[in-house]
Design a protein. Structure first.
Length: 218
């Protein structure tokens, strides 16, 4: 994760939006492309689509980019051992206040128990972190154990794009430019195959969210 990306997600606008999710924030690039940040859902309790992910988790779980902590909260309530990480201190505080464990870290920072996690999560578009899916997938491969699982939410269309984006509040940019990626299911499978993973399962929920389960290659 670049310094600009770290700064963007730690910015006052995003940090405040964690506590007031009605704020309208989006990722936008200079070409007019925009991706709304669904903060109201991210800050709510885990929903039915989330639960399809949660029931596939095995062993100790690392939630990468945990945001306001809804998945950490839900897994903790199920009795799972789970740690959330996020570069935004407000997200970490919110996760802890919801009864979860969380650290203010980038996935590319040194992390506890590397190579020992049973399941890692990249949900809510977090496969885009760093703007380089293969680098991210290789990093997560180092975090899980030799038969570990990675559960990824993919884009709703078959895209494989790299963009330079800013966080926008309405029409106004409120962060520096940073790299981001959009990855659909087919593209994820291609990147996974060259990054130490094999596809184990893919599914789509009633609400139209798309997920892929990747198993670490021995």
């Amino acid at each position: 994760m670049t310094a600009h990306e770290h700064q963007a997600w730690s910015s006052g606008f995003y940090a405040r939006a964690i506590h007031t999710p009605q704020r309208t924030l989006s990722l936008c690039d200079a070409e007019g492309w925009c991706f709304p940040l669904d903060l109201e859902r991210w800050c709510a309790r885990a929903d039915g689509a989330d639960r399809t992910v949660l029931r596939r988790c095995t062993g100790r779980v690392l939630d990468i980019g945990c945001g306001a902590g809804r998945l950490v909260e839900a897994l903790t309530g199920r009795g799972s051992q789970v740690l959330g990480i996020d570069v935004c201190p407000s997200a970490v505080i919110t996760t802890v206040c919801r009864g979860g464990s969380a650290l203010s870290r980038s996935v590319f920072d040194p992390l506890p128990d590397e190579g020992q996690w049973g399941t890692a999560l990249l949900i809510d578009g977090n496969i885009g972190i760093g703007g380089d899916p293969r680098r991210l997938l290789r990093r997560v491969r180092d975090l899980v154990h030799r038969e570990g699982l990675l559960l990824v939410e993919t884009a709703s269309t078959d895209v494989d794009e790299r963009r330079r984006v800013r966080i926008h509040a309405g029409q106004r940019p409120v962060s520096a430019v940073f790299p981001w990626a959009l990855v659909g299911t087919a593209a994820l499978s291609r990147h996974a195959a060259s990054s130490g993973w094999t596809e184990a399962e893919r599914w789509t929920t009633v609400g139209g969210r798309h997920f892929v389960a990747l198993r670490a290659c021995r």
